[in-house]
Design a protein around this ligand. Structure first.
Ligand code: B1M
Length: 211
């Protein structure tokens, strides 16, 4: 079994210490952080996702796997981030109200930080009011909303709405993303930008901050 397959397997079993050890070993062996992320950690999470859908594993197992995934990402973080870049803007990020999924949001945050942008992370279950208040208080150029559930993606429309109601919609760009989100959905709610993955989100955030 290759080391990337081992990372995937131990991640699925939720073995955080082993995942951390293997991720470090893979880095030491010269495997790129992107490969470790995609072929080790994310491929493991895809397997968990399919089993979850088929009722072969349940919330506790998925949570433990998610914890192992986050543990692996923490080890990868320094290697994923570019060194010594100066702040090029500020964004506020969060997972929308009612939604507790944060692995994708954390990856997006990390990649945006890697572009030299300051990121204010509001966490999960973030209401439109919280997005608005943080954007104003932090003077953020971009608000980034993540959603993983079809039942919560509608909250993104409420985020757009609150900035319109408060009269500052033209001062803040709103980016949306997450598994159920599409370019069409982004346009239908009047958001400014959709990104399908963390790397694209980081490039888009930089472009939005520089506009
Ligand atoms: Co949840 N869950 N979950 N879950 N969970 C999904 C999303 C689901 C697809 C599983 C399935 O049925 N196959 C399904 C949603 C179905 C739907 O809505 N259509 C689902 C469900 C139903 C639920 C519950 C309702 C289950 C229940 O309780 N019965 C419940 C809801 C809780 C809640 O949020 N209120 C629930 C709970 C959980 C756990 C807590 C157990 C756990 C979350 C732990 C955590 O995040 N800390 C969990 C997990 C782990 C998943 C799966 C297995 C993995 C999600 C993940 O982290 N993927 C997921 C199935 C799957 O996706 N295969 C599933 C890896 C991550 C890196 O990808 O988040 O897509 P992702 O992020 C990507 C892109 O989407 C993008 O970039 C990232 C990296 O490239 N991206 C952005 C994300 N945000 C972005 C923002 C941007 C731009 C890009 O700009 C701002």
């Amino acid at each position: 079994m290759s080391i990337l397959e081992e990372i995937s397997t131990f991640m699925q079993r939720g073995r955080s210490p082993k995942v951390k050890e293997l991720v470090q070993q893979a880095l030491d062996e010269g495997i790129s952080p992107q490969e470790i992320l995609e072929q080790g950690l994310l491929s493991g999470m895809n397997v968990v996702g399919v089993k979850f859908k088929n009722n072969e594993v349940f919330v506790p197992e998925v949570l433990i796997a998610a914890r192992a995934m986050n543990a692996g990402i923490e080890v990868l973080k320094p290697a994923l981030l570019a060194d010594g870049v100066e702040a090029k803007g500020k964004v506020v990020i969060g997972t929308v109200k009612g939604d507790l999924h944060d692995i994708g949001k954390n990856l997006v945050r990390m990649m945006i930080e890697g572009q030299g942008i300051t990121v204010v992370d509001l966490g999960v279950d973030v209401s439109p009011e919280q997005f608005y208040e943080a954007a104003v208080a932090e003077k953020a150029q971009v608000v980034c909303c993540s959603a993983l559930l079809t039942t919560t993606m509608g909250e993104m429309k409420n985020v757009v709405k609150i900035f319109e109601e408060k009269g500052i919609r033209d001062q803040v760009k709103i980016m949306v993303g997450g598994a159920p989100i599409t370019q069409g959905f982004c346009e239908s709610i009047g958001a400014d930008c959709y990104a399908a993955d963390a790397a694209t989100a980081a490039e888009a955030a930089l472009a939005l901050c520089q506009n």
